[in-house]
Design a protein around this ligand. Structure first.
Ligand code: 13P
Length: 281
């Protein structure tokens, strides 16, 4: 059933587990998350990125909302990384339950002004808002340690930002990156502990693909309630089509779609297990 993202995350926070938020592109993705969440009796979040929303339009949002609402477990639909006011407005009007008002490219003050405005807008529609303080990179390549640290969330600034903007959850930057980690991820858990000391709201960690189980557990202990996952599920889907699509004998498209769904479902179920949300619906 379609549920408020805030409610899902606050329940997770109270019971010390985290919820997987999966970036999806189509029906197979939606079915994979719903099937995995129902099989594991877990809450889950469907996420849509702005360029995917641009492509799929209101039909894709309607598909995700209906998939979440007809699921037997609590689910929400979240607009991920959006810095565009009119797109946030359109998504809220279409019924998404939360948005990441992403002003992380802006100065602290401009990010604060943008996020505050989007928070008022979302709250007026009964939706909730994630914000980003610090900036999550697309890759770790070519950055010095000082450059990496400059992008990380400053605990004191995070406290000020949350108090002034009224956001509902905060995405932290502690060395996490979107996409591939080169070698062992280096997460700054001392920083996360300091952020947690300053804030009571649920915390979010992006770039959960490739994080080892130990780091996921430690992150949850230090207040992470939502993990964003894209790369691992997307890679599995693409790998599936590369292998399966080559088989001359395979001509039934629906069979292929079902098998692609099952391939993604396996990855999603594994993440749900790691996040500790299985059995928590
Ligand atoms: P990954 O692609 O690294 O899983 O990160 C996804 C994400 O954080 C989306 O916001």
């Amino acid at each position: 059933m379609l549920t408020s993202t805030k409610e899902l995350l606050e329940t997770a926070q109270k019971h010390s587990y985290a919820i997987g938020a999966f970036n999806l592109y189509n029906l197979e993705g939606a079915k994979a998350v719903v099937n995995a969440a129902e099989a594991e009796n877990s809450p889950a979040i469907i996420q849509i990125l702005p360029h995917v929303l641009d492509y799929g339009g209101s039909a894709l949002v309607a598909l995700f909302l209906e998939a979440a609402d007809s699921a037997k477990v609590p689910m929400s639909v979240h607009l991920d990384h959006c810095g565009d006011r009119s797109m946030i407005k359109t998504a809220l009007e279409a019924g998404v339950t939360s948005v990441l008002a992403d002003g992380s490219e802006l100065s602290f003050q401009d990010n604060l002004a943008f996020t505050s405005e989007m928070t008022d807008l979302a709250h007026a529609k009964g939706a909730t808002v994630e914000a980003e303080v610090g900036r999550i990179s697309g890759t770790e390549d070519g950055m010095t340690v000082a450059q990496k640290e400059a992008k990380m969330t400053n605990p004191q600034q995070a406290k000020e930002f949350v108090a002034e903007s009224g956001v509902d959850f905060l995405a932290v930057t502690i060395g996490n990156v979107h996409g591939k980690y080169h070698g062992e991820p280096q997460l700054d858990f001392d920083r996360l502990a300091k952020i947690r000391q300053q804030l009571q709201i649920p915390l979010v960690l992006h770039g959960a693909s490739g994080l080892p189980a130990k780091m996921i557990r430690q992150s949850i202990e230090l207040g992470i309630c939502k993990f964003n996952v894209n790369t691992e599920v997307r890679k599995k889907y693409l790998q599936f089509w590369r292998e399966y699509g080559r088989k001359e004998s395979q001509i039934d498209l629906l069979d292929c779609q079902k098998a692609a769904t099952a391939a993604m479902q396996e990855v999603i179920a594994e993440k749900i297990g790691l996040f500790g949300s299985a059995g928590k619906a």
